[in-house]
Design a binder for this molecule. Structure first.
Ligand code: MG
Length: 260
């Protein structure tokens, strides 16, 4: 099902998006050398509950995971790129951490992910990989607007990732979002322009380019959730929720100005 939000729902979506962005920004600033992934999860829980919002993850039980997720945020370190299950691990200098957060507030969900490097070490290949996903996300957003098609977004994202030299996995990509976190249409991270569903104002999409340095193959961790690169290489992920507007697209998951 593809949902088109009305103006009142869009107002609530903007609030949900700002909440997700503010929580992610706070968690990023608190993710230091020595921080445990389980602490990050508890901080996320506290901020979600304080805002009166609901986690989209705790009871989530999709076909690709083992049982209810049971945590409030996805934490992926280095080779872990998607659906990272928080576990007892203290971050080390130079770790590449991905935080992915989806929250529902007043009946509307928003979803965003950010990758960054913990501590003072900045491995150049990791910096480049994060940058590529950010640029691909910007290109995807720039390609979105009324009358454009899903394939236009996919092509824009895939072109940046390919030009940067990264293989592209097509099992997991972006998605529609609205009253629930994962909806149609699927937004692959590569595709042909001019193909697929035609975008309309009021449609919300979560765009999420992600890459693994030297492979397109994922393996599932023994925890039943965390997806890692098959080669053990590092990975990166950037995601925003956007709304299709009358003349383009608006990013909903930007931090509120007072905290930016
Ligand atoms: Mg998502």
């Amino acid at each position: 099902m593809i949902e088109i939000l009305n103006p009142a729902e869009l107002t609530r979506a903007k609030a949900a998006g700002a909440l997700v962005a503010d929580i992610l920004q706070s968690l990023k600033s608190r993710s230091l050398v020595g921080t445990n992934l389980l602490e990050i999860d508890q901080w996320a829980r506290a901020m979600i509950l304080e805002a009166g919002a609901q986690s989209c993850y705790v009871d989530y039980e999709p076909s690709f995971g083992r049982g209810p997720f049971g945590h409030y945020i996805c934490t992926g370190v280095n080779d872990a790129v998607l659906h990272g299950l928080p576990h007892d691990y203290a971050l080390a200098d130079g770790d590449l951490l991905t935080l992915d957060l989806a929250v529902s507030q007043d009946g509307v969900a928003a979803d965003s992910a950010v990758s960054f490097i913990v501590g003072a070490s900045k491995p150049p290949e990791s910096v480049a990989m994060i940058s590529a996903t950010q640029r691909a996300l910007s290109a995807g957003i720039a390609a979105a607007g009324p009358g454009a098609r899903i394939g236009d977004i996919s092509h824009a994202i895939g072109s940046v990732l390919s030009a940067a030299g990264y293989p592209i996995n097509t099992q997991f990509g972006g998605h529609g979002i609205g009253s629930t976190m994962h909806q149609d249409p699927h937004v692959p991270n590569t595709g042909r322009p001019g193909r697929g569903y035609q975008l309309r104002p009021g449609l919300l999409l979560a765009l999420e380019p992600w890459v693994m340095a030297d492979t397109a193959t994922l393996v599932t961790d023994a925890d039943g959730w965390t997806l890692r690169s098959a080669t053990g290489c590092r990975t990166a992920h950037s995601e925003h929720t956007i709304a299709i507007t009358d003349d383009g697209a608006e990013i909903l998951t930007l931090p509120t100005p007072s905290r930016a």
